[in-house]
Write a protein that binds this ligand. Structure first.
Ligand code: SF4
Ligand code: SF4
Length: 344
């Protein structure tokens, strides 16, 4: 299903999606972020500071509450996510690519019902990048593209005064059907223009991982390289790189006690971070990744070696957020290229 939408009618389409809570990029305090749409939706964003992963994998979520009253069996009450249907507009291709990667992690061996309950209720309406929105983008190096449709339900392409709108999944078709007569048939000239826009987007220069296919083996061979310590020296362990990443998914689980008599509280999952010094700290006090070099190596190897070994794809989608937002300028592209450059 391929249609044309007059740009001025995007709000009418969103208003027609009455079964969905709609989110779109919004500029707040100078930062692009996904917000529930109120008023006119803007799709002229570069990329959002955070990826949309929080909709399926929230930064903090309660699994269950517990209560132990003396003389009675413990009471556990599971708290499953609300089944609210969300549709996110303006998702860039790199963040779309993040979706199947998160799906693999949370469904491949064991189904995480907290994730899958949310996931089945989220749809993604992508916006192709007519040119890479940031100088830190490198999607082409990691099997992506500025116009990839992976992970998306609908892809929109900006054709100036109108959008070319293409359904990718059945959910996408339903979203487009809800627009009714707002969507017009795409003419041959529209098809021609969208092809050209996509070809230009792919031809636009980007940063490069020099040997992405060879990276898994080369990183494996470089495990003991002194370059890890050298390149990680400035890291302050803030964790921005992984919190903003569309594919980072490590978490911690804690019991938060609200009262001791009677014992009452809740089990909570929160994002965790391999760049934090205590991420691998043992209760004995021993830490197998005790310095920043070991922690940077873990982040990079997870993205370009371990995930590749497990799932046959890089865990990085080339969004460039960890590069643009690291406060001390640690650059994953430069790190991979430097560590692997002299490995045969
Ligand atoms: S964003 Fe930079 S400084 Fe912060 S943890 Fe990541 S690499 Fe270290
Ligand atoms: S590792 Fe960095 S560039 Fe790659 S997907 Fe994550 S945040 Fe984006």
């Amino acid at each position: 299903m391929e249609k044309i939408l007059d740009k001025k009618r995007i709000d009418d389409w969103i208003a027609a999606l009455t079964d969905w809570e709609v989110l779109a990029p919004a500029l707040q305090d100078g930062i692009w972020t996904y917000k529930p749409v109120s008023g006119a939706a803007r799709l002229d964003h570069p990329n959002t500071r955070q990826s949309p992963k929080e909709l399926t994998f929230p930064q903090r979520e309660i699994f269950f509450s517990f209560e132990q009253i003396k003389g009675e069996p413990p009471k556990l009450t599971q708290i499953l996510p609300k089944e609210t249907r969300h549709v996110v507009f303006g998702v860039r291709s790199c963040d779309g690519k993040g979706v199947p990667r998160m799906d693999k992690v949370f469904t491949d061996h064991v189904e995480d019902t907290y994730y899958t309950t949310r996931r089945k209720n989220v749809a993604y309406v992508g916006l192709a990048c007519n040119k890479p929105p940031s100088s830190t983008c490198f999607c082409l190096s990691v099997g992506g593209s500025p116009v990839s449709t992976d992970g998306l339900d609908v892809q929109m392409t900006d054709l100036g005064d109108r959008y070319f709108v293409k359904a990718i999944t059945e959910t996408g078709k339903a979203l487009m059907k809800a627009a009714g007569s707002l969507l017009a048939e795409a003419a041959a000239a529209d098809q021609k223009q969208v092809k050209q826009v996509h070809a230009d987007a792919v031809a636009y220069p980007q940063r490069k991982i020099n040997d992405p296919d060879g990276a898994p083996a080369k990183l494996k061979a470089s495990f003991n390289s002194p370059l890890w310590d050298e390149m990680a020296r400035a890291c302050i362990g803030c964790g921005i790189c992984t919190f903003l990443c569309p594919t980072c998914h490590c978490f911690d689980i804690n019991d938060e006690v609200q009262s001791k008599a009677p014992l009452k509280g809740q089990r909570v999952r929160t994002w965790d971070n391999c760049q934090f010094p205590d991420f691998t700290m043992h209760s004995s006090g021993h830490n197998p990744r005790e310095n920043t070099g070991a922690r940077l190596r873990q982040r990079v190897n997870h993205k370009f070696q371990y995930f590749h070994e497990n799932f046959g794809m890089h865990q990085c989608t080339g969004c460039g957020r960890c590069v643009s937002e690291c406060p001390v300028g640690i650059d994953i592209v430069a790190v991979v290229n430097k560590v692997t450059e002299n490995v045969g």
